[in-house]
Design a protein around this ligand. Structure first.
Ligand code: CDP
Length: 215
């Protein structure tokens, strides 16, 4: 079973995807880490993240071992990720790796922005996870505060809005809900409630698939 989870920044995709993967004993790929690793490597090497050709070259040579770097989870890496993610050569270079991951025997859970629309349009289950920009900014602010970073809510909200605009407005693989994706709005849901709603969506999709197969 391939489960595709997409949605905007700080909607709760990552936590949800991880729990779903554990629940169904499936391997999990956080595809945001790929873009984060490219952004960070470019910054380290003094390259301009807005240079499409340079970013494409870094993406083509990306070492998956870099994905374990804890620095990638940081706020700065997320901002860089969204800048390198607009370049078509970057997205093209990462396509194969993501598709191979999805094609593992038994299936996989992938989360990102374009999993259900571009990476695995044939996924068995697609969930589009979202929440209001204010709630997402609040969660991100609290998350950073827990890590000891004092950040101001208005700044985070402005960054989230900016990121939404960049992710949805880019020409290649923009962020959008696939027509066959179930919408999961977590604005008023805590993680346990969101997780139960996701499992309901998955079980329903699974039952429908089995019904079709038995016809
Ligand atoms: O949770 P958050 O959105 O902060 O981070 P993320 O999921 O790691 O994504 C960081 C950035 O990478 C996003 O803003 C997107 O621009 C980009 N991204 C993408 O374009 N496609 C993906 N499949 C995953 C991430």
């Amino acid at each position: 079973m391939i489960i595709a989870i997409d949605g905007p920044a700080a909607a709760g995709k990552g936590t949800l995807a991880e729990r779903i993967a554990r629940h169904y004993s499936l391997p999990y790929l956080d595809t945001g880490l790929l873009y984060r690793a490219i952004g960070r490597e470019m910054a380290e090497r003094g390259l301009d993240p807005d240079d499409a050709a340079a970013a494409g070259a870094v993406a083509a040579a990306l070492d998956p071992a870099r994905l374990a770097d804890p620095e990638l989870r940081g706020h700065a890496a997320g901002e860089l990720a969204s800048r390198v993610a607009v370049h078509p050569p970057v997205r093209a270079a990462l396509l194969d790796f993501q598709r191979r991951f999805a094609a593992r025997p038994g299936g996989a859970v992938l989360d990102g922005r374009d999993i259900g629309t571009a990476i695995v349009p044939e996924a068995d289950v697609k969930i589009y996870v979202t929440a209001s920009p204010e709630v997402r900014a609040r969660r991100r602010t609290d998350e950073l505060a827990r890590k000891g970073r004092q950040v101001e809510f208005p700044r985070i909200l402005a960054e989230i809005r900016e990121r939404d605009k960049r992710d949805s407005g880019r020409a290649v693989a923009p962020l959008r809900q696939a027509p066959d994706a179930a919408l999961l709005d977590t604005t008023d849901k805590d993680i346990d409630t969101a997780f139960r709603a996701a499992v309901d969506i998955i079980e329903k999709a699974r039952a429908e698939r089995e019904k079709r197969a038995s016809l």
